[in-house]
Design a protein around this ligand. Sequence first.
Ligand SMILES: Nc1nc2c(c(=O)[nH]1)N[C@H]1C(S)=C(S)[C@@H](COP(=O)(O)OP(=O)(O)OC[C@H]3O[C@@H](n4cnc5c(=O)[nH]c(N)nc54)[C@H](O)[C@@H]3O)O[C@H]1N2
Ligand SMILES: Nc1nc2c(c(=O)[nH]1)N[C@H]1C(S)=C(S)[C@@H](COP(=O)(O)OP(=O)(O)OC[C@H]3O[C@@H](n4cnc5c(=O)[nH]c(N)nc54)[C@H](O)[C@@H]3O)O[C@H]1N2
Ligand code: SF4
Ligand SMILES: [Mo]
Length: 702
Amino acid sequence: MGTIKTHYRTCNLCEAMCGLEIKHKNNTIISIKGDKKDELSNGHICPKATALKDVYTDKNRLKTPIKRTNNGWKSITWNEAYDEIETELKRIQTKYGKNAIGSYRGNPTVHNTGLMLFGTPFLQSLGSNQKYTATSVDQLPHHFASLHMFGHYLMFPIPDIDRTDFMLIMGGNPAVSNGSIMTAPDFSNRLKAIKKRGGKVVVVDPRFTETSKIATSHFYIKPATDALLLLSLIHVIFEENLESLGHLSNHTTGLETLKKQAKNYAPKKTAKYIGFTSEEIKQLALDFATSKTAVCYGRMGLSTQEFGGLCQWLVTILNCITGNLDVEGGALFTKPIIDIVGMSKITGKTGSFNKYQSRVHKLPEFTGEFPVSTLADEILTPGKDQIKAMITIAGNPVLSTPNGKKLEKAFESLEFMVAIDIYLNETTKHANIILPTTTGLETALYDLVFHQFAIRNTAKYSEALFEKFEEQRHDWEILKELTKRFTGKENLLNLEQTLDYMLQFSSYTTPKISVNELKKHPHGIDYGALKPQLPERLFTADKKIALAHPLFIEDLKRLNLKLDKLTTEKNPKYPFSLIGRRHLRSNNSWMHNSVRLTKGKERCTLLINDKDASQLNLKDGQIVKVTSNVGEVQIPIEITNLIMAGVVSIPHGWGHHREGIKLKIAQQHAGVSLNDLTNEKNMDTLTGNADFSGTKVQISSS
Ligand SMILES: Nc1nc2c(c(=O)[nH]1)N[C@H]1C(S)=C(S)[C@@H](COP(=O)(O)OP(=O)(O)OC[C@H]3O[C@@H](n4cnc5c(=O)[nH]c(N)nc54)[C@H](O)[C@@H]3O)O[C@H]1N2
Ligand SMILES: Nc1nc2c(c(=O)[nH]1)N[C@H]1C(S)=C(S)[C@@H](COP(=O)(O)OP(=O)(O)OC[C@H]3O[C@@H](n4cnc5c(=O)[nH]c(N)nc54)[C@H](O)[C@@H]3O)O[C@H]1N2
Ligand code: SF4
Ligand SMILES: [Mo]
């Protein structure tokens, strides 16, 4: 017998940071609901939150370290695991040098306080420059634009959704993703509120998305042409003399260069490539520029394309030249309680670009990492500093990075591999040793990353709901032990002590923040809406916003060459553009082992426009063969008029048919992997980010 208890915490699954109210008794969860008193989310949750229970009770979760042997996987003790990892990695360092150890950190890293705080010191202790993360299949262009415009790779302008009169959403589907690089729980209702107060929401996307359904209007755009659209919007604003830098007018450089460049992109010239009429472009520019306040928000679909860097630069330019940067109702910078950006005034860590290059393809480093698209070649290409061992931490790059099949081959060729993960999956199955961890409800959480990107300045600490089992280890405990083995020094601080150390530097002093203080506020503390902070917060040497950094101006030449190509290029072999999509009940590649999230209609389908389907004589539900220049998959189709003709879509994160994984439910809904079709050579060469929207495919009845 026990009493029913209530636990409050923040959901760690996506960037929305929803507050949860969890009823539990004797280590059993009775219910998971939205916490109505949560300062940021006011009771909102999505269906994934209840699946935290499934992750907690999942029978396929690994419980002890396991080692791959000739007779299959074998449980080993933590000490045996640590000893072998230490011995093997040190052997490889001695034989091949420090750069022979590569690492990849995946998305849950940024949702896990322990991985955030203890991951970097561990990788530093290894001293290898072969570091990779999911950043380069996601938001790298945002970092790139911020570094070169504001002088800090984490200075992201956050759309002021609750006060804006006009929100232009390009390449994002927050009604499903719940928002990204802007933490705004209950995003859909916040969008509806813009309309209720007389404002507008406009979506630009090759698919009429769930967000389009709640928007004022939607425009179909040909994949990967957004940089052209943005340049044309900017062109119109300059031509019509509608530009205004507002309070930033004395704090920018490069306005004239920008104006000169924008002259080349008259809507009449670009419209046909984009799929708009020139009148539509002009009207959109006028609507945006004349709205009392307005904000352009560009996300995944804009980053993961051939001109991702240009796109994210131009989004900020559009906001800036219409007087919507650093103002209420436009895009603002945050000032979080643990202010990683602010702390850079002391640490000097503002991000870096091209300090050194990757071995095989000479790709520029960004803030200490290389583009993950080049990882397979770094493993497969012989020579000095070839990667011989890999460590993956909370990542599933076989499913989530371009040309997953090639990466699989690369992993198979390694001398040694360690995975720190909760599952035996498509990536970790290649490891020699898997170190399982606690996750979600079993961990304490202070969101170090998403408070930086939130629409209000708030703070919240969640304690672990359940004690870990004796055999379990937190991610941070594993990393701390491994770090000790490579530095010979013990870090005496635990997770809470490390947080307390960081909280001391907070500029918020009432109440004086500490972990203990935060524990007294289980629904979080709200410090109010974002406020203007420029020019003080800038990190550029001249304390100005660089509107025309030479790297972007130079890259326009690449765009112009592409324009010439688009004029002549016909692609009869691969006539369709392939894009991805997300679903409310799915989270990248790793939540398909929950019955409640996978039941119902098959979700890994190919969306195809009705006219295209009838031209190819295809019937709804039919299995087709999709071929790209790197691979082929067979997948059922869903015919729809809500995707542009010439564009097809497959969700990413599926493909659980691969042999040797232990994910019983996911295997029953295997689907196919989108990244068996994407090509690692398609890249935004400015930033190194993967270019998914450039995937060209052929569809045929199988
Ligand atoms: N084609 C295409 N590819 C894409 C995308 C796309 O839109 N299209 N999206 C991209 C994006 S935005 C991202 S962020 C990446 C994601 O790419 P990844 O981060 O590589 O993949 P995830 O599916 O998030 O895998 C997370 C892994 O972490 C493990 N895990 C979960 N919680 C924990 C934990 O608490 N501790 C530890 N140690 N492990 C844990 C899971 O079991 C899983 O193996 O995929 C990218 N790939
Ligand atoms: N339910 C759910 N939520 C998630 C995730 C999840 O897997 N499931 N993943 C989380 C992660 S890691 C991230 S990074 C965020 C991503 O958050 P979002 O960026 O909001 O997510 P997506 O749904 O990938 O939205 C990308 C949109 O870009 C469009 N698109 C594709 N190509 C182009 C193009 O060339 N131009 C334009 N204009 N649009 C294009 C696609 O049709 C799609 O609607 O979501 C997070 N939240
Ligand atoms: S929207 Fe994101 S943070 Fe909120 S409950 Fe769903 S998964 Fe969790
Ligand atoms: Mo992501």
